[in-house]
Design a protein around this ligand. Structure first.
Ligand SMILES: Nc1ncnc2c1ncn2[C@@H]1O[C@H](COP(=O)(O)OP(=O)(O)OP(=O)(O)O)[C@@H](O)[C@H]1O
Ligand SMILES: [Mg+2]
Length: 306
């Protein structure tokens, strides 16, 4: 698959001397959903704003569909739609004119059928004549998406599209994003909700302190860094782990009623059989057992801690 965005050695030092991006190298593939994860202040918005031409990089180069974002900014901007993190809308403006105006900004000919399709897909059609101030927070967010799509971009940036959005609407958003991808739009989203990245993304990038610390296919990431846990629900309460079981690195939880064994699924031998035998030898009985794969959240917390 071709790279639709190519970022090379990007640094951003803001006026005042703070370095928000450090030697960023990253390629985005055409048609993928890429999730950028990172804690507050990591540099997600700065990176997105740089690609969109809102923030000027201190050095480095960014190409969008082969065009340079500085030299060929007209081309690159028209390829990009941005849903910003902050809700800024003109309160008195009706939905329809806001969205048509956005399209006009890109010098695109009016296309009411296209805008109607977008507003319908975002369940905003019945609100098209409403002033923005009369919409709910979630609807305002959808208007921002409609605005970002108004000029038919090939690439859509969503900067925390679901911050403060309820579960129901979040799922709607996910469906909207999936439909967009089906129509060929490349999507880059930032999020704090790791389940969102887990649910949506093809690839995940983690940024911390202005540095990209990892880029990986989602499934591989979860397999590679994920650990599995086997938990044994004990029949009788255990006060301490017997000396002979010390080598298995077991954890005692739930007031001594649960034993937890952590193992690496990528290893040839997980050690489960020997561990269970050793437990049997100690006459420890259990009434139930289950396994659990570590979530992306746990992986993420580990990564950022390091
Ligand atoms: N205009 C600016 N001038 C100076 N420093 C800035 C400016 N904008 C952002 N920063 C700093 O750059 C760093 C990265 O900010 P950025 O908004 O990119 O983070 P983020 O990853 O989007 O965080 P969040 O998850 O909170 O949205 C922060 O330390 C921030 O204070
Ligand atoms: Mg941000």
């Amino acid at each position: 698959m071709k790279n639709i965005i190519e970022i090379e050695n990007i640094n951003k030092i803001y006026d005042g001397g703070f370095q928000a991006l450090k030697e960023i190298n990253l390629s985005i593939k055409e048609g993928e959903i890429f999730a950028l994860l990172g804690p507050n202040g990591a540099g997600k918005t700065t990176l997105i704003s740089t690609i969109c031409g809102i923030v000027t990089p201190t050095n480095g180069s960014i190409k969008v569909n082969g065009y340079d974002i500085e030299k060929d900014y007209r081309q690159t901007r028209s390829l990009i739609g941005l849903v910003p993190q902050e809700l800024t809308t003109d309160a008195f403006e009706p939905v329809w004119s806001t969205v048509s105006f956005s399209r006009g900004l890109f010098g695109k000919k009016p296309n009411p059928e296209y805008l109607e399709k977008i507003l319908k897909s975002l369940s905003l059609w019945d609100k098209k004549d409403n002033q923005l101030m009369t919409l709910s927070g979630g609807m305002k967010r959808r208007v921002l998406i409609a605005k970002a799509l108004s000029h038919e971009p090939k690439i859509l940036f969503l900067d925390e599209p679901t911050a403060g959005v309820d579960v129901e609407l979040r799922k709607d958003m996910w469906n909207i994003v999936r439909d967009l991808r089906k129509s060929g739009v490349t999507i880059i989203l930032t999020t704090h909700y790791i389940e969102e990245a887990e649910e949506m993304a093809d690839r995940i990038g983690v940024i911390n302190n202005g540095e990209i610390i990892l880029v990986e296919n989602k499934t591989e990431l979860m397999q590679k860094l994920g650990k599995k846990q086997l938990s044994l629900e004990l029949t009788e309460k255990l006060d301490t782990i017997p000396e002979t079981l010390k080598e298995y690195d077991l954890e005692l939880k739930d007031d001594g009623k649960e034993l937890i064994y952590t193992y690496d699924t990528t290893q040839e031998r997980t050690g489960i059989t020997t561990m269970l035998n050793a437990i049997g030898n100690c006459k420890i009985k259990f009434k139930d057992l289950n396994t659990k794969q570590s979530s992306l959240e746990e992986i993420f917390v580990e990564l950022v801690k390091k």
